[in-house]
Design a protein around this ligand. Structure first.
Ligand code: DQQ
Length: 500
């Protein structure tokens, strides 16, 4: 962040005015249509995801003035169906000494009818030039206008346990347990490993350190961001986004990954005991997921569909915006196994999909009638029992396409964007443009729900066993879809439902 930016005095009014005056200049080419995207400027992590007064509210890390990360505000939108989002005024601006360097990620909770946001303030520099990360509270009676409380910061650096870094202490996620409020907060240890701290409060204003909820080892990355704790089908779950979690086969190949630890909390010591870890998404663009439980009892998770350390084409091209959320997913545990299902029913309601009958393909290429488009849902049911390799080419034009592939021998589902269009480079030691995941069981039918938007592809394996989310930037119009296989495939069903 340069000095000039810190000297600007930020305010919600200034941000809202800027958005209104400039949003028409944003270039539409790669803007997703049915995903949450910022009206202008930069978006990263989802924040404060909650159902409040009948609507789903989604806040996000927002820098309105540039398509790059900068002084963090909280953008805000709401939805009644989790797919159509309405922009609301900016919720937080970095306008206080305790958050002048940014209103970083955090979460929301309802108490006595009011909506509370707990977020990380990055302070002005002290005499030694240090910016501390502290936790701050803002409250709203209408879910739109927020006031920062007098007590801020409600969790100062002084409330850190010994050996925890005061400059890496962020991303509080609120939850209630046994009549108390708790927050899991990301922290870094003296040894430079990640950990999650637990704080507790009776009223959201007075907080005390409770425990080191989970401490990472040297083998588990250098910092964990954006923790989220909840129970699901009787199991305790902790989601977090570690930096540099070591690669393991097909897993954790992105330098910044997001994972789910399933385990048990010992509420006598307030410590989380993990039993397993798994990566949440096997695509190239997925980070900082945050979840809510809605009034239907669904655990719904949404994430930033990008990754750190990569180039951002919409910024490089001067399009005036960067960043998109994934479509929301429902998380379930079935027989102790994570299942993820897309929430997108309202997008395709009323559409009667054009479903073609069985189509036999042997060592060849096929284009199917009616199966094409840049934006929509592609649903497939393919008999892969005699397939060697099956490829579905998406967003295809003369030069470019993105591959979704299935390798029968390895029982792996993958996505490859090496020929998608604009190259995306990352900080990974080995350049990464293809990822894959082994499916848990050998199946006869490969079921896929593939969501295509202007610059994204999300592949949901139909039994909920895997998701791969990846951004693509074709340089020419690209609506082609084709099928290639070695061996024999029967495409039993194929339907493409355009989404406006
Ligand atoms: N992004 C925020 C932090 C968080 C990181 C800053 C994760 O609060 O740790 O924009 O993407």
């Amino acid at each position: 962040m340069d000095r000039q930016q810190t000297e600007i005095s930020h305010s919600i009014e200034r941000a809202n005015r800027y958005i209104e005056e400039n949003r028409a200049a944003v270039a539409p080419l790669y803007r997703n249509h049915y995903h949450a995207v910022p009206p202008i400027g930069w978006m990263n992590d989802p924040n404060g995801f909650i159902q409040y007064q009948g609507a789903y509210h989604l806040f996000y890390q927002f820098h309105p003035y540039d398509a790059k990360w900068g002084p963090m505000h909280w953008g805000h939108m709401k939805s009644t169906d989790l797919t159509h989002w309405e922009d609301l005024p900016v919720a937080l601006a970095p306008d206080q000494a305790y958050d002048r360097f940014g209103c970083f990620s955090g979460s929301a909770i309802e108490k006595d009818g009011k909506l509370y946001l707990l977020y990380t303030g990055v302070t002005e520099a002290d005499e030694a030039g240090i910016h501390y990360q502290v936790q701050c509270l803002a409250v709203s009676e209408d879910g739109v206008h927020f006031e920062k409380v007098q007590h801020n910061p409600v969790i100062p650096a002084a409330a850190l346990p010994e050996g925890a870094s005061p400059i890496d202490f962020r991303d509080p996620k609120l939850f209630e347990h046994d009549g108390m409020f708790y927050a899991v907060i990301a922290s870094k240890t003296e040894e430079g490993t990640g950990q999650v701290l637990l704080y507790e409060s009776a009223d959201l204003l007075d907080w005390r350190f409770s425990s080191v909820f989970l401490k990472g080892t040297k083998e588990q990355g250098i910092m964990w961001e954006c923790p989220d704790f909840f129970t699901l089908d009787g199991k305790d779950c902790l989601i977090f986004s570690p930096m540099q979690w070591p690669e393991e086969g097909n897993d954790y190949q992105n330098l910044n990954a997001s994972l789910l630890a399933i385990g048990k909390v010992d509420w006598a010591t307030n410590q989380f005991h993990p039993e397993s870890f798994q990566e949440l998404d096997h695509g190239l663009d997925y980070y900082a997921p945050q979840s809510l439980e809605d009034d239907l009892g669904r655990r719904i998770c949404i994430a930033w569909m990008q990754n750190w350390g990569r180039n951002f084409p919409t910024d490089e091209l001067g399009h005036g915006w960067t960043g998109s959320m994934t479509i929301p997913r429902q998380l379930k545990l079935e027989d102790g196994k994570l299942k993820q299902y897309p929430i997108a029913a309202s997008l395709t309601e009323g559409e009667s999909p054009e479903t073609i009958g069985a189509f036999y393909l042997e060592d060849g290429v096929a284009v199917l009638p009616g199966i094409e488009g840049e934006r929509g849902l592609l649903q497939l049911k393919i008999d892969v029992s005699a397939v060697e390799r099956m490829e579905i080419r998406l967003r295809e034009n003369e030069q470019e396409s993105t591959l979704v592939f299935y390798d029968r021998m390895m029982n792996e589902l993958g996505i490859d964007r090496s020929k998608s269009g604009i190259m995306i480079n990352g900080e990974e030691a080995t350049p990464l443009s293809c990822r894959k995941v082994a499916l848990p069981t050998m199946v006869q039918w490969l079921l896929l729900d593939i969501f295509l938007d202007s610059s994204s592809i999300e592949v949901f394996e139909g039994n909920g066993d895997a998701v791969l989310s990846t951004n693509v930037y074709p340089t020419e119009p690209a609506s082609g879809i084709s099928f290639r296989c070695s061996g024999k495939a029967v495409i039993e069903q194929a339907a493409f439902m355009p989404i406006a």
